[in-house]
Design a protein around this ligand. Structure first.
Ligand code: PGA
Length: 247
């Protein structure tokens, strides 16, 4: 596990974007694993900028996203498909047919989770997966649990995640309570993983993720077992590591 600390959000975003840009340049038909949330927005802005500057070509790139809310699709501006279209796909030369987000409106969610897992396999697996992290250590929608979740599955969101998401919705009743999410096992099969985090609220969980015990109570701690993980944080998110590990 490699931990890189940057001075601010901009520098964190640029470093993460550089890894994804390098992947696209080295393997133009690569499979990128992508994430939603406020953290990756800056990373996507850099990728868009480098596409516009003629540095990156996404025409052969394929993508798979981590998760989607059950009941939402791209017609909802709170869906993760909408987020990806607006924050990245609409601004680069990617073929939308090559972009994949779980279908939150699938009539049979169990069948959708199986389809998504099989899809990732049929693409040959994920070359590099981007992750954010929840304040409680969740990655994708894998919440603190009794056991590590395996494959893509339907998730009942925890109260803390529902509360954290509420800011994006008109009322509490509108906040989705369920999601389709890649499992920890799916994520761990990515050949390379990049986790980004910024802000003081993420400081304790970054310390736990990197130096705490490997436990389903901190889903991101499973990453300690992966051979190629880079965690990129800003100064605020690095604070607990700096305090406890002496820099
Ligand atoms: P955030 O969410 O990027 O909005 O902080 C991260 C997450 O919950 O995975």
């Amino acid at each position: 596990m490699k931990l890189i600390h940057c001075k601010d959000y901009q520098e964190m975003s640029k470093k993460a974007a550089e890894i994804f840009a390098a992947q696209v340049i080295l393997k133009p038909d690569c499979v990128l694993g992508l994430a939603t949330g406020s953290t990756p927005v800056g990373t996507y802005e850099h990728l868009i900028e480098w596409y516009k500057a003629g540095i990156l070509d996404f025409s052969q790139v394929k993508t798979v996203n981590l998760d989607e809310y059950v009941g939402l699709d791209e017609t909802s501006d709170q869906s993760y498909r909408y987020f990806m279209n607006h924050n990245l796909f609409d601004h680069i030369n990617i073929d939308k047919a090559n972009t994949n987000v779980p279908n939150g409106k699938a009539p049979d969610i169990a069948a959708e989770t199986d389809r998504y897992e099989a899809l990732i396999k049929s693409l040959g697996g994920i070359d590099v997966q981007l992750l954010g992290i929840g304040n409680n250590g969740h990655i994708a929608f894998n919440e603190p649990h009794d056991a590590f979740d395996g494959r893509t599955h339907e998730v009942q969101l925890t109260e803390s995640t529902i509360q954290a998401n509420a800011r994006f919705f008109a009322s509490m009743d509108d906040v989705p309570k369920r999601a389709v999410s890649m499992g920890i096992g799916t994520i761990m099969q990515a050949r390379k993983i990049v986790l980004i985090a910024n802000g003081p609220k993420k400081a304790d969980i970054i310390y736990e993720t990197c130096f705490g015990p490997i436990t389903p109570n901190v889903p991101a701690s499973a990453l300690q077992l992966h051979p190629d993980v880079t965690i990129i944080v800003d100064e605020d998110a690095y604070a607990a590591v700096a305090a406890k590990c002496g820099k």
